[in-house]
Design a binder for this molecule. Structure first.
Ligand code: 5GP
Ligand code: ZN
Length: 122
């Protein structure tokens, strides 16, 4: 199985070099059409079509990939966030090269040190 596929946007992007972060075998980029204040894509350099083919990764690659998602979210200032991957066209996958969406809102505008005001007090 070739590691890079022709006519794959993410195969091109992972070799372009405009990353938020990079680790061995994986890159993180900002989504071009963000659906949250912070919307990062974690992409393996190797072309694997989707989560369906997750068995194509070695165990150490899976561990590194999961750790890299958490590290990238942390470095982006996120504490609470969603990690999502769409599997297949009808599930919303538009780029058929596995990627993880990290979606979150940096909490700096929220005063999390104060307890929430009860609705009846408003
Ligand atoms: P999917 O729909 O396959 O789960 O996610 C594909 C994501 O890639 C979408 O959120 C879309 O906005 C993003 N995207 C599509 N083209 C580009 C691009 O050229 N550059 C970047 N950075 N993101 C892209
Ligand atoms: Zn690809």
């Amino acid at each position: 199985m070739p590691s890079q596929r022709e006519d794959c946007l993410f195969c091109d992007i992972v070799h372009e070099g405009t990353y938020v972060a990079k680790t061995k075998g994986f890159v993180a980029i900002n989504d071009i059409n963000p659906k949250a204040q912070t919307h990062i894509l974690i992409i393996p350099e190797r072309h694997v079509e989707s989560f369906r083919e997750i068995g194509e990764f070695h165990a150490w690659e899976l561990k590194r990939m999961m750790e890299f998602i958490a590290e990238t979210a942390r470095d982006a200032g996120l504490t609470d966030y969603q990690v999502q991957t769409n599997v297949g066209r009808s599930a919303g996958q538009t780029i058929h090269h596995l990627h993880w969406h990290v979606l979150g809102d940096v909490a700096s505008h929220l005063d999390v040190s104060r307890p929430l005001t009860a609705v009846s007090e408003l």
